[in-house]
Design a protein around this ligand. Sequence first.
Ligand SMILES: [Zn+2]
Length: 162
Amino acid sequence: MVEGVSIFRPQTTGEKADYIEVGTKTNMDKFLNKLSTIQQKYMKEYKPFCLRCAKLDFEKKAEEIKTEAQMTGMTSQVEAFDVANLEKYGDKERFELVDVRDVREDKLLDGIRNTVIVGKEYVFKCKIRGCGYKMFVVREEVAKVDEYFGITKKQEVKATKA
Ligand SMILES: [Zn+2]
């Protein structure tokens, strides 16, 4: 036996924070709170995040546990959903860029109506379940986003035509 390692050791506080038990209303709420915090972080960074997949996986897991509990008769069965792993729903490899278009807005400049480009809308598709994700990016941040996703001008034109 390896010294200091036991599979029955209690979880450390740090580990507990990263895991949320599934299958109860409270746990669903906790999960949704955690999810919205992460989602906001991604939104601020102009990165797509597949909320739909995260929710579906959580529900699937909760359902599995419920079924398992019914089969075994162990209703007190404790299972965890790896919340630390939520970052995978924002992994850029998860998304495929399907469209990029300019977002225009009419603005009055010296009494003359002008159409100005205020930013871009990026449309992504999640490769796992085909979920759509639309993201508006202000003009000032467009270069950063293009760089992050390795979007070249050529690709952009292709994507817009498609
Ligand atoms: Zn998805």
